[in-house]
Ligand binder design. Sequence first.
Ligand SMILES: O=C(O)CCC(=O)C(=O)O
Ligand SMILES: [Fe+2]
Length: 239
Amino acid sequence: MKQNYNKFHSNGHLIIRNNIPSINLKKIEKNFFSTYSKTLKIKVNKKNYSKIILDFEKEDKFDELYSALKKFTSSKEFLSLSKFFQKKAKNIFKKNFKLINTGMAIGLNNSNRTAYKWHQEKPYYPNTKTIHFQFPLLSQCNKKNGTMSVLSGSNAEGYIKSVNNFQKHKKAVNSFIPTKINEFKKKYKETFINMNKKDFVLFHENVIHKTNKNRSSKIRLACIFRFKGDYEYNSKKTQ
Ligand SMILES: O=C(O)CCC(=O)C(=O)O
Ligand SMILES: [Fe+2]
């Protein structure tokens, strides 16, 4: 676990492979279909979920999509995974973590409404120390379908306060882009967070990251858990 601790702190992120129990994943996948079917009032299944969500997006039915997402990510089934991540974080950092937020990244192949530009999580939670988990739902997250990328090690910059706010329109995501982003892109290597089902990534509140363009025919879904907790780097632990 010390190795994971050091990796996390030097890269600002850590991928754990083949680790989420299938039974938990299956439970939330099932819940995804039932919640989306109920909320969007159309039968959503493994075959049609991309098309249905893209059709809603095309028709600017953003509120309906948001309502389905909120219902899904606040369901009992979804929240039940928080204990799993809390345990993982406790193992690595020897600290307790408290759930503060859940969500889901949706990578749409013909819209950037839900695509974040380079940002840190810190400006969203300026007064709280937070840690973030992401994992693929239904199918893998890779470079082709626009998985997030990180500037490896950029957490070393600390909280970057000089940012430009970017939001395409009121119902689009809001990114806090560091004003010196071009400098940071030169300084740190971009790493794509490729994940198969059952993998997850945890990332530091100060690592710079973004959504990438989805060049596949299916949408990308990545579930998100955010926790509050103190995981400050303690160099003594490396000895
Ligand atoms: O996966 C993505 O599209 C980016 C998600 C993100 O920025 C986050 O989870 O904080
Ligand atoms: Fe983010």
